[in-house]
Each structure stands twice: as structure tokens, then as C-alpha cells.
Design a protein around this ligand. Structure first.
Ligand SMILES: Nc1ncnc2c1ncn2[C@@H]1O[C@H](COP(=O)(O)OP(=O)(O)OP(=O)(O)O)[C@@H](O)[C@H]1O
Ligand SMILES: [Mg+2]
Length: 235
């Protein structure tokens, strides 16, 4: 069914949202395989279920049918504390509005997921966060409160934070949604380069056709279904 080299996959995912007459069948039998080192775009009109799918793949929400597999283990049925442990260990998130702690420095923001996982000493966390911020070109802004960074800089802090715990997969919902074209292309290129260098996988939701076409795969969603998946010109 799945091969061992699949980082994250899902089968036949069903999800209903809302109550009674406002109940929406948000996902209708979605299946997807994400291999290490590959970059995937999910595209489709507003309301088609992209974010709902990302939350389920990211173990932040439970499907009503179907299952999610992480590193060849079926995880959907696990209790919340086990899901949280796997999420912290394997998955990095970047949200549309990056949700940085705005009074915290860039450095402290990147350490948040490391503190949550609790595997590193204070010194090791500081060093790793500084390394990640250097990788996204922010070495000179470590101690800057994030509310005093530009939108593009904040997005790069969010990228560094998503990579904090060496995730196997990064899930990003419109990661460059609030940036201008030049900065969004830059943030995406940076993220893609780091992900490919480390053989992680990346799944991102985007409305930007240039970004989608720079991915290895594009999955088109409509009305809660993936209606087409195509490979893009690798390179
Ligand atoms: N908590 C909720 N209660 C009821 N319906 C919801 C809830 N969250 C989302 N929905 C509905 O589920 C469907 C899928 O929503 P989702 O947020 O996944 O769309 P999306 O593809 O991410 O859209 P966008 O591009 O606008 O972000 C939509 O019809 C939405 O209105
Ligand atoms: Mg959405």
C-alpha cells in the first residue's frame, strides 16, 4: 500500500465541518503520498478544502474517515498526546499569518518549538536557532523583537521556526500570502532550497501559479477532492 520511503501519506480522508444545516462535507476521499525530498503544491479555489487537508495531514485535526500515515505508521487513531509528540518531532508548520510571538525576539521565536520538544540544553537551543536564522539571512537581527521586523523578515523567521526540530516534512498554508511578488518568490526559493538540501518534504498551499509550477507536483483541489495531480518539469 505505502512504501517505506513515504514520509507522509493519507488515504480516503473524509471530513465534515460545522453543525446541522451549516454542516459542510469539506473533504471527500482525499489520498496523497509525500516522499522525502519532494515539493508539493496544493491549489484550488477558496473553500475547496486546502487548509482542512493541511490540518489533518499536520495531525492538528482528526479525519471522520480514512487515515494518515507518518513514516509508515498509521497515526490517525493515536491519542492526542501521542499525536502532539509526533507533530513536534516530524512536522514543521508555516501558517499564512505567521503567528510569531511579536514581543519575542527572532531568536526566541525560533527556540519555541525546541522548548516544546525539550530535547536540547539551553545552549544547544540558542546555537541551533542562531544557525537557522543565519541560513535564512537574519544573523544580524537575532535580538530584534519580531514586531520590529519587516513582513519578509518575519516570514523568514517563520521558516526558521518551522525547521527548528529537524522536521521530516514542512506543511505551509499560503506561506508567502502576505508578501509582495518578489519577496514571496524569495521566501519560497529559500524554503525549497533548505528542504531539498536536507531531503525533507514540503507541501504548500498557494494561490501563486509561479510558485506552484516551481514545485515537483501540483495537486488541484475542487469541492473537497483532489481532481488532478501532475508532475512539473523537474528543475
Ligand atoms: N469550522 C468550520 N465550520 C464550518 N465550516 C467550515 C469550518 N472551517 C472551514 N469550513 C468550511 O469548509 C470548507 C473548506 O474550508 P478550507 O478552510 O479548508 O478552504 P480553503 O481551500 O483553505 O480556502 P481558502 O483558499 O479560502 O483558504 C469551506 O466551505 C469552509 O467554509
Ligand atoms: Mg485556506
Amino acid at each position: 500500500m505505502t512504501t517505506p520511503d513515504i514520509s507522509l501519506s493519507c488515504r480516503d480522508i473524509e471530513r465534515y465541518l460545522g453543525e446541522d444545516e451549516s454542516r459542510v462535507h469539506a473533504l471527500r476521499g482525499v489520498s496523497l503520498d509525500i516522499a522525502p525530498g519532494t515539493v508539493h503544491a496544493v491549489v484550488g479555489p477558496s473553500g475547496c478544502g486546502k487548509s482542512t487537508l493541511l490540518y489533518i495531514l499536520g495531525l492538528l485535526d482528526h479525519p471522520d474517515g480514512g487515515f494518515v500515515m507518518l513514516e509508515a505508521e498509521t497515526v490517525s487513531h493515536l491519542p492526542d498526546d501521542e499525536l502532539a509528540r509526533r507533530r513536534n518531532e516530524f512536522i514543521g508548520f508555516i501558517f499564512q499569518f505567521h503567528f510569531l510571538m511579536e514581543d519575542f525576539t527572532a531568536h526566541e521565536n525560533v527556540m519555541i518549538p525546541m522548548r516544546r520538544l525539550g530535547q536540547l540544553s539551553e545552549t544547544a537551543m540558542r546555537d541551533r536557532a542562531a544557525e537557522l536564522l543565519a541560513a535564512v539571512g537574519l544573523s544580524d537581527k537575532l535580538q530584534r523583537a519580531s514586531r520590529h521586523l519587516s513582513g519578509g523578515e518575519q516570514q523568514r523567521v517563520a521558516i526558521a521556526r518551522a525547521l527548528a526540530n529537524h522536521p521530516r516534512i514542512v506543511l505551509a498554508d499560503e506561506p508567502t500570502g502576505n508578501l509582495d511578488t518578489k519577496n514571496s518568490q524569495r521566501a519560497f526559493d529559500l524554503l525549497k532550497t533548505i528542504v531539498q538540501q536536507k531531503q525533507m518534504a514540503l507541501l504548500l498551499v498557494t494561490h501563486n501559479p509561479a510558485i506552484a509550477e516551481a514545485c515537483d507536483w501540483i495537486h488541484e483541489m475542487q469541492d473537497g477532492r483532489i481532481i488532478a495531480s501532475h508532475a512539473c518539469g523537474f528543475g
